[in-house]
Design a protein. Structure first.
Length: 146
């Protein structure tokens, strides 16, 4: 049975392994300082939030991170699901769906207007899950690196 709990300090080693897998999946690297600081902020839970999924043996198999922000189209905050990763061996087992449901429940409990996220257009495996739990809005993401 899969369990999902808030990310805590003792999760660092397993979390970091999953985090590295996530970064590798997206073909990117980050300095260790960013990883360490991100983990600290997630555990602190003030501006970033996180959860870890564990299998029946207690092994960490997935992570999710989210944050909230004010919006001009609502008096309630929006919840942005920033990172979602399930290890390769556990994909397709429902862990991703459970992690999304965890964030959704947290957002409802904390008075958010909606939960939203982005993914690469070519990430068809994830998009199949996302299409089953959310509405594709048709928006295209742009950014300016600073």
């Amino acid at each position: 049975m899969t369990t999902i709990t808030a990310t805590v300090e003792a999760d660092f080693d397993e979390w970091a392994g999953l985090w590295r897998g996530y970064l590798t999946f997206y073909g990117t690297e980050l300095p260790d300082e960013i990883t360490t600081e991100s983990f600290r902020r997630i555990v602190e839970g003030r501006d970033l939030h996180g959860a870890v999924a564990r299998d029946g043996n207690g092994r960490a198999i997935g992570i999710v991170h989210w944050l909230t922000h004010p919006a001009t189209w609502s008096t309630s905050p929006y919840c942005y699901l920033e990172d979602l990763y399930v290890d390769g061996e556990s994909r397709g087992s429902g862990v991703g769906r459970l992690l999304i449901a965890h964030v959704r429940a947290w957002a409802v409990e904390n008075g958010c207007e909606k939960v939203y996220w982005l993914t690469q257009e070519t990430n068809m495996t994830a998009r199949a899950l996302y299409d089953s739990v959310a509405t594709h809005t048709g928006y295209t993401h742009y950014q300016i690196a600073l």
